[in-house]
Design a protein around this ligand. Structure first.
Ligand code: DAS
Length: 355
């Protein structure tokens, strides 16, 4: 068949372009985005609605389509795991998500995983994953404080940063990470410290680094056990034991503790003031809970610092465990994971020192 010189030149050019595009794609890391909902998938009625909006409305394909810049940093594909506001996630949701992350991490064609999530409990999911998923590949959580419909929305850049970090070899082996507001945070340490601005997240021991225009700047690395160095493996966990939290405050009654003690829980986190202090009138209730075989873990409601064992509270005498620097909500995550292996308080205290 005759082909004109012009057509032959066009065909050759198209073939070159296709080859170039293929070579570019092959040079990029493969990143999977697992979407769970939250504000990053939220939508408001108008651009000035930065705080009034519905979370968990925009699907993962639309999030990806709305950010063509992602194709510059990775080959991206998405999966919609849930579409919920994160305050409504359950223990079963945690297991489902973690098992999917673990399965994807085992795939040789997956270089990194991003999880879009609500900001309210992303710190809990991040800690759960860092405790239970055995991989050195980057797992990067990402959220946003404003919906994509708002002026100066933060989700797009947070997501771009997360995909960029998830495709970075220098992000490997650092445990689960969170990218928010240009910072790279440790999934273990990060917590939501402010409820209505983009700089909401902090880690009391400092960020791990920053990501700026797709480049990572690292300043420290985690020292607590995580991922490949964890004795806990999501592939061997089928259920999470019930663990609840009771707060301590002036005038506290033992009502909550007494009720929780009869509810079938396996551990009770006491979120006390100061150094995890326990009101003297509450001690008998906690001793009863402990006598009934429920593990008592002293945490503190104070944002920063860590609970000292046997300081004002005789933990050895009462056989209580202290939560170290973990806030109550994180202490609960570690307690649930640890109780899948042991309810021995000396073993549990070791675990709280090491993780
Ligand atoms: N309700 C919040 C959540 O889903 C919305 C958000 O900030 O992501 O965590």
């Amino acid at each position: 068949m005759y082909l004109s010189p012009r057509f032959r030149a066009f065909a050759a050019g198209a073939a070159l372009l296709a080859a170039g595009a293929l070579a570019h794609a092959q040079s990029l890391p493969n990143v999977v985005i697992l979407a769970t909902g939250g504000t990053i998938a939220g939508a408001g009625a108008s651009a000035v609605n930065s705080a009034t909006y519905a979370a968990a409305k925009v699907g993962v394909e639309k999030l990806i389509a709305g950010l063509p810049e992602l194709s510059k940093v990775a080959n991206v594909r998405g999966e919609q795991v849930f579409q919920v506001a994160s305050e409504s996630l359950t223990n079963d949701n945690l297991l489902t998500l973690a098992k999917r992350v673990s399965a994807l991490a085992k795939q040789p064609d997956v270089d990194g995983i991003v999880i879009t999530h609500g900001t309210d409990t992303v710190e809990e999911t991040a800690y759960f994953l860092t405790l239970t998923v055995h991989t050195n590949k980057p797992i990067v959580m990402v959220a946003s404080m404003r919906p994509g419909t708002a002026l100066s929305a933060d989700g797009a850049l947070n997501l771009y940063d997360a995909v960029s970090v998830a495709g970075s070899k220098d992000a490997m082996g650092k445990g689960v990470l969170l990218t928010m507001n240009d910072s790279i945070e440790s999934g273990r340490d990060v917590t939501k410290n402010f409820n209505i601005k983009p700089s909401a997240f902090v880690s009391q021991w400092g960020s791990l680094g920053m990501v700026v225009e797709g480049k990572n700047y690292w300043f420290r690395a985690p020292v607590k056990r995580h991922t490949m160095n964890s004795e806990f493996d999501i592939d061997k966990i089928t259920a999470l034991p019930p663990v609840e939290i009771a707060m301590g405050y002036e005038g506290v009654a033992s009502t909550a503790i007494d009720a929780l003690g009869k509810s079938g829980i396996k551990a009770l986190i006491h979120g006390g003031p100061g150094n995890g202090s326990v009101a003297d009138r509450i001690v008998p209730s906690l001793q009863k809970v402990r006598a009934d075989g429920i593990v008592v873990i002293r945490s503190s409601r104070v944002p920063d610092g860590f609970v000292i064992r046997n300081a004002e509270q005789p933990d050895d005498k009462y056989d209580w465990v202290v939560a170290h620097d973990l806030r109550p909500q994180k202490a609960r995550i570690l307690a649930m994971v640890a109780l899948t292996k042991t309810n021995d308080t000396k073993e549990l205290q070791r675990i709280f020192w090491e993780y």
